[in-house]
Design a binder for this molecule. Structure first.
Ligand code: ADP
Ligand code: NI
Length: 215
């Protein structure tokens, strides 16, 4: 298979796998991350096939939606890539990207680095901030039936996970817990630059949000 055939086959597989996914982790998230990753990779030194496959396959079975099982995604991706006879070293690299892309509050040991992971991770993080990031956060909160905000639980940057129960934390807290931190965690110069505008937009949103509810 040539590059285009590999990508077309992978797109079809991913669309199929994500048919019933929650709106923030559906095919359209993958498509955005894929396109963003491609444009970052065009400006950075990275292997385009690895970047594209990594972006397309990074969320096919998010552990959040599979009882915390972090092996389902890598296993499904491996079976698919073997079925289209990709070389073992490509498969191993993509599995590493899938396993290491997630932001886990900074406490997971980073044991794998590659320019391609850096690009795909930046693209995934960019999709978690800005207007799309705001939409995804509230969609995820709705999916989990969480409050939009709760004045009894004041969000701030110093707040730790122990300070509120994870499952009842209002969605607005997620901005302080994660989304506002992403700008400074971008890997590539291109990603950093793209994050600025989206970050400023989120700060504007939060300012307006509190203005409207007077807190
Ligand atoms: P990634 O898939 O990039 O590792 P996550 O799966 O944690 O990151 O998040 C994916 C999307 O779901 C993001 O847009 C994120 O903001 C949203 N999300 C994750 N956890 C929460 C939460 N507790 N509240 C609101 N949104 C969340
Ligand atoms: Ni993602």
């Amino acid at each position: 298979m040539n590059h285009q055939e590999i990508i077309d086959t992978t797109v079809a597989f991913v669309k199929q796998e994500l048919q019933d996914a929650e709106g923030g982790h559906d095919w359209w998230h993958i498509e955005r991350v894929w396109h963003t990753a491609r444009s970052i990779a065009a400006k950075e030194k990275a292997d385009m096939l690895i970047v594209e496959l990594g972006a397309l396959l990074h969320d096919i079975a998010d552990s959040k939606f599979h009882d915390g099982d972090e092996n389902i995604g890598p296993a499904k991706a491996t079976a698919f890539m073997q079925s289209i006879r990709l070389p073992d070293e490509v498969i191993a690299h993509i599995v590493n990207i899938i396993r290491h892309i997630s932001f886990k509050g900074g406490n997971n040991e980073k044991v794998f680095h590659s320019p391609e992971l850096a690009v795909v991770q930046d693209a995934d993080r960019l999709d978690a901030i800005g207007a799309i990031g705001i939409a995804r956060a509230f969609n995820y909160g709705g999916f989990k039936n969480r409050a939009i905000y709760d004045p009894a639980i004041q969000p701030n940057l110093q707040m730790t996970r122990e300070e509120y129960k994870k499952n009842t934390a209002p969605t607005i807290n997620h901005f302080y817990e994660k989304l506002l931190l992403l700008k400074d965690r971008m890997n590539t110069a291109t990603g950093k630059e793209m994050a600025e505008e989206r970050h400023t937009y989120m700060e504007g949103f939060l300012g307006q949000f509190y203005k409207e509810i007077n807190i």
